[in-house]
Design a protein around this ligand. Structure first.
Ligand code: UDP
Length: 237
């Protein structure tokens, strides 16, 4: 597979064309941003960890019947994925109150929900990724009713599978963000990444934060937290 011209550079990843029009290469960076790009920094080794963690989880989800864009890990930081057009929705699933949910509704972090909650944000940096409902998404032509129904169902299935998996390695899955894409033949598949950048992970016993909140909130030991997630998943020191 030949790595060709760069198509796109995002906050945490670069995307390159290949000699196959249906495949692209994702290259994970160590750059970290928060608060819609206002806070910038570097987390040493993050790209390698997020690449490995994402690929492990995407493969696990595929095996359990969730269609994803994953094709093949190419190197420490690079992965071959199916080319998709990203549906501009941040699909957020929450099991425990935290972050913007706690802030918006004035509740403490750590309230365990009786059932998962799902919300959409419109992926648009200029607007600050505003919360959006199904009707708005349809009105804006972001997705059809049927696509939204598929996305909702897949996101909840992913939550069930990830929550169970992380419970097994002593981690509470607090919340996470998913992105979906459409393939050239119109199928909706899980895309983007699943990593400590996009999930909140709390140690089940100590409730220590093992995710990007350590960077967002200047809690220290950021690299250590990313490493801890890698070790819990792969059983490495
Ligand atoms: N999230 C993300 N990218 C975003 C916004 C949120 O990956 O642009 C993830 C975030 O890491 C967390 C979940 O989605 O796991 C819910 O985030 P929240 O809405 O609480 O926003 P935040 O407090 O991070 O601003």
């Amino acid at each position: 597979m030949k790595k060709m011209q760069q198509l796109y550079e995002g906050k945490a990843k670069k995307v390159y064309a290949t000699d196959d029009p249906d495949l692209v290469i994702v290259d994970y960076k160590d750059d970290a941003t928060a608060f819609n790009g206002l806070k910038k920094g570097t987390i040493a080794g993050k790209g390698v960890i997020n690449n490995r963690v994402t690929n492990y989880l995407m493969q696990m989800l595929e095996e359990k019947g969730i269609p994803t864009h994953f094709v093949k890990e190419l190197s420490e930081r690079e992965t071959l994925v199916r080319r998709v057009s990203i549906v501009p929705l941040e699909v957020i699933v929450r099991n425990i109150s935290a972050g913007s949910f706690s802030k918006r509704y004035g509740v403490e972090e750590g309230r365990v929900f009786a059932e998962p909650t799902l919300e959409f944000s419109y992926k648009n940096d200029d607007l600050g990724d505003p919360l959006i409902n199904d009707d708005h998404a349809v009105a804006l032509g972001i997705a059809t009713r049927d696509e939204i129904a598929q996305i909702r169902q897949m996101a909840l299935q992913v939550n069930t599978l990830l929550k169970e998996f992380f419970k097994g390695v002593g981690i509470d899955l607090v919340d996470f963000k998913l992105e979906f894409g459409k393939t050239s033949d119109g199928r909706i598949v899980l895309a983007d990444e699943i990593s400590p950048d996009t999930c909140r992970f709390w140690d089940a016993k100590t409730h220590a934060k093992l995710d990007k909140d350590r960077f967002r909130r200047d809690l220290g030991d950021v690299e250590e937290a990313y490493h801890e997630i890698l070790s819990r998943i792969f059983g490495e020191a």
